[in-house]
Design a protein around this ligand. Structure first.
Ligand code: FMN
Length: 143
């Protein structure tokens, strides 16, 4: 597995933190969707985002709507939210409509106001990196 991309959308920087940690582990540059990263013919694309009022960021949904069906063979979702339960269902539905397979989703706790203070914390980030490395076919995480 060599052709991997990482994109994220963020409101309070948690997704940037998770995406950048995954990028460091895989030696790839994580890209903010606000810069309109191009995805084409990827083997695997990580989409990193939070949940706001039960939904993904509207800009992320628009970005995913605009993806070509050949953008990636497979997508893995990396999600943070205070409930530690809600997935990126809207993103998943849009990808499925395009025939892009969503292979797995990692969900960790985020924080908003007093809820989930400190998350995603170091352990959350390490778990996200472990998830990504295992999907990318890499053993372990860097020290
Ligand atoms: C305006 C706002 C609304 C949110 N709504 C939800 C929600 O409905 N459910 C939930 O589990 N988390 C919710 N959260 C928490 C975020 O999903 C969580 O903190 C996430 O890590 C944010 O990612 P980001 O920093 O990349 O934007 C909300 C956060 C904000 C700022």
């Amino acid at each position: 597995m060599s052709n991997i991309g990482i994109v994220y959308a963020t409101m309070t920087k948690h997704s940037a933190k998770l995406a950048n940690a995954i990028g460091r582990a895989l030696q790839l540059q994580a890209e903010d969707i606000k810069n309109g990263p191009q995805c084409k013919g990827l083997d695997l694309l990580f989409i990193v985002g939070g949940i706001y009022g039960g939904q993904s960021k509207p800009e992320l949904l628009e970005y995913v709507k605009g993806l070509d069906s050949q953008a990636a063979k497979r997508v893995a979702l990396v999600t943070s939210c205070t409930s530690n339960k809600q997935g990126q269902e809207g993103v998943r539905a849009l990808l499925t409509e395009k025939g892009i397979q969503v292979v797995d989703e990692f969900i960790c706790r985020g924080s908003f106001l007093f809820m989930g203070f400190g998350h995603p914390n170091r352990a959350d980030v390490e778990n996200a990196v472990r998830f990504a490395c295992s999907l990318a076919g890499k053993a372990g995480i860097p020290a």
